[in-house]
Design a protein. Structure first.
Length: 315
């Protein structure tokens, strides 16, 4: 039976999920901060694109943390049905205490006045999440909506669209695409993976394990990285350990003991000479078979092999 995320963390002594509250500045978030500053100053329209788990929302929070601007979010669960009137209502409610006028013409005058007055105070940023789900016609209408003018100023606000893929790939939005920019997030670097592990579950990972994880593929986004971390912690628990070593990384993702022995160029005989353990016992453990070995013997042998392989440079 699979052990749940919270059970694994609890077994390692965590009283709360260490991944939930930790936020860090990455190359992606620094890059987004620079580009969004430019977009806001230019009152531009920009798409931030990355799949689930790349930290789009967190990167935006970091980017806007020090920016004095009116931030308006469209809070609508069904993004596929969003129309421009929904965006107008979000801006009116987000920038004023007024209720939305019912008729289109009166509401158009109302929104232009509200946008104009608010934009003179500080920049306005409209954030559209899950923009990849929005209808192409809405995106086209948004371009026209941004052409509103107030006292010689146009456009009056910045649009930041967040999506899993580029919303500008939709049909019939060529003109909008030419007037917008798309930024693709690159994901976590090796050094950022190491920093993330150290600051979340670092006390449960040996340094060589952190280094080994940073070299794995599939660690570029937060959700995949968390899944890898928890799988390794679960493996350590199975072996009766309260810390993850690089050997667990190779066990789960790199071919186990045999692969590590090939990497460090050590034979079973040399391992027996180093550990003082019989080749028969070592053969069982390196082949992931407990056989007639007791739990204590199996785990002690495993630790002895790990110590030798670490000295040989298994990471």
């Amino acid at each position: 039976m699979a052990v749940s995320r919270l059970e694994v963390l609890a077994e390692f002594g965590y009283s709360k999920d260490p991944f939930k509250s930790f936020r860090m500045e990455t190359a992606d978030s620094l890059r987004l901060k620079r580009l969004l500053n430019m977009a806001i100053e230019s009152r531009a329209m920009v798409s931030i694109v990355a799949s689930w788990g790349f930290g789009k929302t967190s990167a935006l929070e970091i980017a806007f943390r020090e920016k004095d601007a009116h931030i308006v979010r469209l809070i609508t669960p069904d993004k596929e049905r969003v129309v421009v009137s929904d965006i107008e209502k979000a801006l009116i409610l987000g920038l004023s205490n007024e209720s939305c006028k019912r008729t289109k013409e009166v509401r158009a005058r109302q929104i232009r006045r509200i946008l104009g007055e608010a934009s003179r105070e500080k920049p306005i940023v409209l954030i559209l999440e899950e923009a990849h789900r929005m209808h192409g016609q809405t995106l086209r209408a948004l371009k026209t909506f941004r052409e509103m003018e107030w006292m010689g100023q146009s456009p009056l606000f910045t649009v930041v669209m967040i999506g899993q893929y580029d919303p500008m790939r939709k049909k019939y939005v060529d003109e909008v695409r030419l007037r917008s920019d798309t930024v693709f997030m690159k994901g976590l670097t090796d050094s950022e993976v190491r920093e993330y592990i150290r600051n979340t579950v670092g006390k449960s990972f040996e340094p060589d394990a952190i280094e080994a994880v940073s070299r794995l593929t599939g660690t570029r986004n937060y959700l995949d990285l968390q899944e890898i971390i928890l799988a390794l912690m679960s493996k350590a628990l199975e072996l009766g350990q309260k810390t993850v070593s690089a050997l667990e990384v190779f066990d789960v993702y790199g071919g186990g003991f045999k692969e590590v022995m090939k990497r460090v160029n050590i034979s079973l005989g040399e391992l027996a000479a180093e550990t003082g353990i019989s080749k028969t016992t070592l053969s069982l453990v390196t082949n992931e078979k407990q056989g007639t070995l007791t739990d204590d013997t199996y785990h002690d042998t495993r630790r002895a092999i790990t110590d030798v392989l670490r000295r040989k440079g298994l990471a």
